[in-house]
Design a protein. Structure first.
Length: 131
């Protein structure tokens, strides 16, 4: 009876050993397959990561260019605002000069008219006295 038990244990141990050897071989194939997948992923991800870094550099450069353009536009708008103020001042000065000229011309016209009236009046009144 002991021999039967020993044979059963030996057969069971042999079956277990065969199963474990098969499991280890499958595990080795799985690890090898996993290593192949990692190598493939690494080789395909490296160019992608390099391209991503280049894209980020380009975006950073574009962002800096946009900041430069924005500051230039701010400076330009400030200059346009200053030009607008200066044009308004010149317009106000022209309006003042125009109104002063109109007042002077009006005064000159009235003075010339009055002077001519007095001159003509004196000329005609002087002739009548001589006649």
């Amino acid at each position: 009876m002991n021999q039967i038990w020993l044979i059963i244990i030996a057969v069971s141990f042999a079956a277990l050993a065969g199963y474990l050897i098969s499991l280890i071989i499958d595990l080795k194939r799985t690890v090898q397959s996993f290593n192949d997948i990692l190598k493939t992923a690494e080789s395909s991800l490296k160019p992608t990561l390099d391209e991503l870094q280049m894209t980020l550099r380009s975006l950073r450069s574009v962002s800096e260019d946009i900041n430069d353009v924005t500051s230039d536009v701010k400076a330009l708008s400030g200059s346009v605002r200053d030009v607008g103020r200066n044009v308004k001042r010149v317009s106000d000065l022209v309006e003042v000069v125009t109104s002063m000229t109109a007042v002077k011309a009006s005064g000159l016209k009235a003075g010339v008219k009055a002077g001519l009236a007095v001159l003509l009046s004196n000329l005609f009144s002087g002739r009548k006295k001589e006649d």
